[in-house]
Design a protein around this ligand. Structure first.
Ligand code: ME8
Length: 647
């Protein structure tokens, strides 16, 4: 993104309708929504596009499998995407579908322009096709002469008449573009991969198919009805047909795109084919194509067949939409892969949002309530806290460049540095002491400093957490919009005086995982000491999340007695720091006398399903080490509070 122009045009990929949305799709869409909200906040006229990609062999086959027509099937899944984005309050300006009439008209128009220019010619295609990736490959590119190098699935041999786009003609011009426009492809590492791919030489690209029907027909002027357009040509053109290319052209003022955000899987299409198509159409090239990494589950790509897909709706329902947005943007540097875990999400919510942000707000409310009848006044902030204000200003001045480079995690880190300045100022200046020593002016300046830093962070955090930030801004009596952005961020003004309003806590502490753990049984490959590859399932390796599903606690044995008729079992009453002691039946009679157990501490699996053992209820299990001759109970080395967790 850049702020030289007054407009911003931001796009997500259009998602295939062969699958329902998962957190990967949500990630791309949330990044774009944040960029769009940021652009609007800083006053740019913004157009944000998302939608669905509905043609092609993959969709035709998926529909057939379910006994539906391709159109019915596309309507259904496209609806899922749209509903989810609406539920997530994604601020898109248009949701395009490649089955929209206007889009198809625009695609035909583009084909005609390229054809008339001499960039499209007819020939025979002979090669391999991966339906899953909707991609053509030469034999040399395949793995073991058969499998797709991108997704690993078997490819089909295709021999059919086809129209070709002269991609080779644009090789040099593409290399010039990469060279002239430093940030045209982001991040830089990915750009280098694209350059070396192009440097190896580009082959002309087959852009029509004859072996199936579900696609845009060629323009009438070409009169070749057996061909439908290659789905990637059709799909990429959505970025201009959405603006009216080939129809009313009304929104073409937004072209070129500020940024196409895509996953790294489809960078080649966006950084090579798409600019070449645009050159052929004599249209300007996008300012940036930015590729993010994969969200994985225990290091593996998510897929339905592995059963490790995380549903974004479940995450949002369990943890809150805005918390989820913050987590996704903060957790992973743009361009890198990230592993989804509930533990990491909980940590972000409790630590960053609850402690750093939520508590700071509470402290301002608390201090202004206790000392100043909920009022704040900024008149002495500059006098006493110029240093802190200057430090915050310096951070803020550097933040926009992170947005332009797509480094949203760094942007958020910057905001949290300001929160740290605020939190530390309270510890350093000790306002309670100031009040004791009747230095009220100074105490007021400090409380007002914190309030002002919070206001600035809140405005800048707004694109990531639209609703919570409005609530926080409400505490200080301001609205978040372009005007307040200009005033408090751009001009760095302070809120003069205000009467604060209390609000309920925004980020209550999350104590335990809130989703049923969808941990798949992974069967990852690991290396043994001898460097042999083996599958994790085979050696019983579990993930950290799987381990933490077992809740281990320390408790004190209050009572212990024999169970009559059993030579193995003792019945214990154990205090786990809960309302009532738990009854636990344990097979330790041969090793311990009841009286020597009373008042000792033990380690208990506390979340086992209760069971009946020998007719007695048992609500947990003891941990003990056992060898051939003896058994030894696991105990803490020194006494700890009952209910202390182990892990
Ligand atoms: O490729 N992690 O559609 P698609 C992160 N129709 N992002 C992920 C992801 C993951 N695990 N899985 C998917 C297509 N994505 C074409 C695009 S555009 C003209 C045509 C996101 O449904 C990521 O943005 O397979 C990726 O690029 C996109 O979904 C692929 O979606």
């Amino acid at each position: 993104m850049d702020n030289k122009c007054k407009r911003a045009y931001i796009t997500t990929p259009i998602y295939y309708v062969n699958d329902i949305p998962h957190i990967g799709h949500a990630y791309t869409t949330i990044i774009c929504d944040t960029l769009a909200r940021y652009s609007r906040l800083i006053g740019l006229e913004t157009f944000f596009l998302t939608g669905t990609d509905e043609h092609g062999q993959k969709i035709e086959e998926a529909a057939k499998k379910r006994g539906k027509s391709a159109q019915q099937y596309a309507d259904e899944i496209s609806g899922y995407f749209k509903n989810l984005w609406d539920e997530f309050e994604i601020s898109y300006d248009k949701f395009i579908r490649t089955t929209d009439k206007e889009h198809m008209k625009g695609v035909q128009k583009a084909f005609e322009v390229m054809y008339e220019k001499g960039d499209i010619y007819k020939d025979m295609y002979e090669g391999h096709y991966c339906v899953s990736c909707e991609s053509f490959f030469t034999k040399n590119q395949l793995i073991d002469n058969e499998y797709c190098p991108d997704c690993g699935k078997p490819t089909n041999i295709v021999k059919e008449e086809s129209y070709f786009f002269k991609l080779s003609k644009y090789e040099k011009k593409l290399l010039e573009w990469y060279n002239d426009e430093e940030n045209c492809v982001l991040p830089k590492g990915k750009k280098n991969e694209v350059i070396s791919f192009v440097e190896q030489g580009l082959k002309d690209l087959s852009v029509t198919r004859t072996s199936f029907d579900w696609g845009v027909k060629l323009p009438k002027s070409i009169n070749d009805p057996k061909h439908v357009m290659y789905v990637w040509l059709d799909a990429l053109l959505n970025y201009i047909t959405a603006l009216g290319y080939g129809s009313d052209e009304k929104l073409m003022k937004f072209w070129p795109a500020t940024v196409h955000v895509v996953g790294k899987d489809i960078l080649r299409f966006h950084a090579i084919y798409w600019p070449a198509f645009l050159m052929s159409l004599d249209l300007p090239l996008p300012k940036h194509v930015a590729a993010h990494g994969w969200w994985t589950r225990n290091g593996e790509k998510m897929s339905k067949s592995k059963g490790n897909v995380v549903n974004p709706r479940d995450v949002s329902n369990a943890y809150g939409l805005e918390n989820f947005r913050y987590f996704m943007l903060r957790e992973v540097p743009f361009g890198q892969d990230g592993d989804f875990s509930q533990k990491a999400l909980m940590d972000r919510i409790n630590s960053d949002l609850g402690n750093d942000l939520g508590n700071l707000l509470n402290r301002v409310l608390g201090m202004s309530g206790k000392y100043f009848d909920m009022k704040i006044d900024s008149k002495n902030v500059e006098k006493y806290h110029k240093k802190e204000l200057d430090a915050a200003k310096e951070i803020i001045d550097g933040l926009q460049s992170y947005i332009f480079d797509m480094q949203l995690n760094r942007y958020l880190e910057g905001l949290w540095k300001i929160l740290t300045i605020a939190n530390q100022s309270i510890a350093i200046y000790e306002p309670w002491k100031m009040m004791k020593e009747e230095r009220e002016d100074e105490a007021m300046a400090l409380v007002a400093l914190i309030a002002n830093l919070l206001v600035k962070v809140t405005i800048l955090l707004h694109p990531v957490m639209p609703k919570n930030t409005q609530k926080i801004a409400g505490v200080f009596g301001i609205d978040i919009d372009t005007k307040s952005y200009e005033k408090y961020i751009y001009n760095f003004e302070l809120i003069q005086s205000a009467k604060l309003t209390k609000i309920p806590p925004l980020f209550p502490k999350i104590e335990k995982m809130l989703m049923p753990s969808p941990e798949p049984t992974t069967n990852k490959e690991v290396k043994t000491e001898k460097n042999e590859k083996i599958k994790t399932e085979d050696i019983g390796i579990i993930t950290i999340e799987q381990f933490f599903q077992t809740k281990l606690k320390i408790g004190t044995i209050l009572e212990a007695e024999d169970i009559e008729g059993s030579d193995r079992l003792l019945k214990l009453q154990v205090d786990l720091g809960e309302e009532k002691p738990r009854q636990i039946v344990a097979g330790i009679k041969a090793y311990y006398k009841p009286e020597e157990l009373v008042n000792t501490q033990i380690c208990v699996v506390s979340n086992l399903k209760p069971a009946k053992i020998f007719g007695h209820k048992s609500e947990g299990m003891l941990l003990a080490a056992k060898d051939k001759n003896s058994l030894s109970l696991m105990r803490p080395q020194s006494k700890v509070a009952n209910g202390s967790s182990v892990g």
